[in-house]
Design a protein around this ligand. Structure first.
Ligand SMILES: [Ca+2]
Ligand SMILES: [Ca+2]
Length: 115
């Protein structure tokens, strides 16, 4: 019986963790990370940012595809890993975006769809 209670407690804790992951503190912002670097799309889906959070000498940019356009718009973090991010507000909503690290060879990118 005691073993069962322990198992139930573990299961319950895992369930809580999963729930927390599905509902982040700020559910309004969609964010994708490459290491600590990241790009975000705001809850209005038109405001975006690209943030270089690693003092590694690699530039960071976000690339964003807007509804109704095949163009990839790049937004960089102009001061690198110093405080502050690069941002932009688009005229239409973002449908998919990537955070990219300008490292050696082909840039490393990670992407996400905006629902
Ligand atoms: Ca980096
Ligand atoms: Ca910066």
């Amino acid at each position: 019986m005691r073993k069962f209670a322990q198992a139930a407690a573990v299961f319950s804790a895992a369930g809580t963790l999963m729930l927390a992951a599905a509902m982040p503190a700020n559910a309004a912002v969609v964010r994708v990370f490459e290491g600590s670097d990241y790009a975000s799309v705001g809850d209005d889906k038109v405001w975006v940012e690209a943030c270089d959070m690693e003092n590694d000498g690699n530039g960071v940019y976000g690339k964003f595809q807007i509804y109704g356009s095949a163009t990839w718009y790049k937004v960089g973090d102009s001061n690198g890993s110093q405080g502050g991010c690069g941002s932009r507000t688009f005229a239409n909503r973002v449908i998919v975006f990537y955070v990219c690290e300008d490292d050696i060879g082909e840039d490393t990118c990670r992407g996400k769809f905006v629902n």
